[in-house]
Design a protein around this ligand. Structure first.
Ligand code: SAH
Length: 440
């Protein structure tokens, strides 16, 4: 979500004539986009902000914009007191305050309200930053902003505000504009993306949105995340299975497998509900890959309760498990009403146990790819190797001197590890110029 938000700010700045600067220290405008989902992320944000103090001291004209979840949607008086060097505060997903600030500074009379609206999530067009035009293969499109579910551990609803679905026309227009700039794959984003449209009376749901986006010519692949188990309908799963551009990959967090812990997290499903859902996803979408999220060390989680998570992960064998150690977030229900009583040591121990388990599972799943030939969408060259993804979202690396940006090519997997794979391109078919050519 923050990658998408940052890109929108970059695009808005380029619209005003700014150009990217590799070093923050040399820039006229510095935007620090922040995440506070765990304490570690928040610490990083403060660290970076502090590192900008000498920059501002040396060049007071530098505009510093603090953006994202550190700011949130509920005002920033406190932050302003602690960090007077920050010139502009922006809530998540909103480049508006920065653009208004800059246009006022530069051309006084500019129609800033209109300009600032133009770059918020108000309309569809999105001009990519110049260096990404023709180079960016895969992009994010937020479709649901905010969240109203209130899992007891989670700070996102407090920081990103209530759930708001973007109008379908804006989304399709944005996808179209991205595709016209070279993008081949888009990932629709929402905290609970399957709830798309639930807040718009008679609006389309995620399945209907997928169909509309599917019609965009030139778009090759569609993904969406994150799903909540309670909102994944049979209609949605069947739509994924039916539409060829929608990739067979589902991100649906379980968070924990003990029913008491799940209830305390306010997840609103049981481990058996989740089991049934995974079986249903696998039955309806052939060759699907599934990713989950897990939090270890939620308040009150006993060894026996953790063991249930371990056992369920071993049983269900997901392709990917994003693991997190519980981090208490100020203002959340878990922070106010529960005691963060699992020690750091214990959290680490549980984390490592799951990590090791998952490494084995992923290795076992990915081994099945060895020797197979799969269509890979290539994104960019990293450290001499081309990086791409299979429909199931597995990372594949290929060595070649050709420019593969945005190409979908069959790749034979030569090596498969738990986190990535290596492959070889099919050799180019030899064209025999002497042979007679049939002309239709
Ligand atoms: N709405 C999305 C994204 C939430 S944030 C979802 O439901 O997946 C991504 C992940 O961070 C969550 O799935 C959860 O596993 C983790 N997370 C959220 N709050 C956390 C906290 N307080 N401590 C540790 N991990 C947390």
């Amino acid at each position: 979500m923050n990658v998408a938000d940052s890109r929108r700010v970059a695009a808005a700045l380029e619209g005003l004539g700014y150009t990217p600067e590799p070093r923050a220290e040399d820039a006229d405008v510095i935007v620090l986009n922040t995440c506070v989902v765990r304490q570690s992320a928040e610490d990083k944000a403060y660290g970076r902000l502090n590192s900008l103090k000498p920059v501002k001291k040396k060049r007071p004209d530098t505009v510093i914009n603090l953006m994202g979840c550190l700011v949130g949607v509920k005002g920033h008086e406190k932050l302003q007191k602690i960090f007077p060097m920050v010139d502009v505060f922006s809530p998540p997903s909103d480049p508006g305050p920065l653009i208004a600030h800059l246009t006022q500074d530069e051309s006084k009379a500019h129609e800033d309200a209109a300009t600032s609206r133009r770059f918020a999530f108000m309309d569809g067009e999105l001009a990519l930053p110049q260096h990404e035009q023709g180079n960016l293969v895969s992009s994010f499109v937020p479709v649901v902003l905010g969240c109203s579910h209130a899992c007891t551990y989670c700070i996102i609803p407090y920081k990103r505000g209530i759930e708001r679905s973007r109008p379908v026309g804006d989304i399709v227009a944005e996808v179209r504009s991205l595709v016209s700039q070279g993008v081949k794959e888009i990932t629709l984003l929402g905290q609970i993306v399957d709830r798309y449209g639930a807040d718009i009376p008679d609006g389309p749901n995620l399945s209907a949105l997928l169909r509309l986006v599917h019609d965009v010519e030139g778009l090759e692949r569609i993904r969406f995340l994150t799903s909540h188990p309670n909102w994944m309908t049979a209609e949605l799963l069947d739509t994924v299975a039916e539409l060829p551009k929608v990739m067979p990959h589902i991100e649906v967090p379980i968070q924990a497998a003990d029913d008491e812990v799940l209830a305390n997290m306010h997840r609103a499903y049981t481990s058996n509900d989740y089991r049934r859902l995974i079986a249903d996803i696998r039955a309806r979408i052939p060759n699907v890959s599934i990713a989950t999220d897990i939090i270890v060390g939620f308040p009150g989680e006993t060894d026996a309760q953790f063991q249930r998570t371990y056992d369920l992960l071993a049983e269900l064998k997901m392709d990917v498990a994003h693991l997190a150690r519980y981090s208490t977030r100020p203002g959340t229900v878990a922070d106010r009403r529960m005691v963060d009583d699992v020690s750091d040591e214990e959290k680490w121990e549980r984390f490592r146990a799951l990590e090791e388990l998952q490494e084995g599972i992923a290795a076992e799943i990915n081994r099945r790819y060895q020797g197979e030939t799969i269509e890979v969408l290539f994104e960019e060259k990293v450290r001499g190797r081309w990086r791409g993804r299979t429909p199931t979202n597995k990372l594949v690396f290929v060595e070649t001197d050709d420019d593969l940006t945005g190409k979908i090519l069959p790749v034979t997997i030569t090596w498969a590890g738990p986190w990535s794979m290596q492959g070889a391109l099919k050799p180019n078919p030899v064209i025999n110029l002497e042979a007679p050519v049939a002309i239709a």
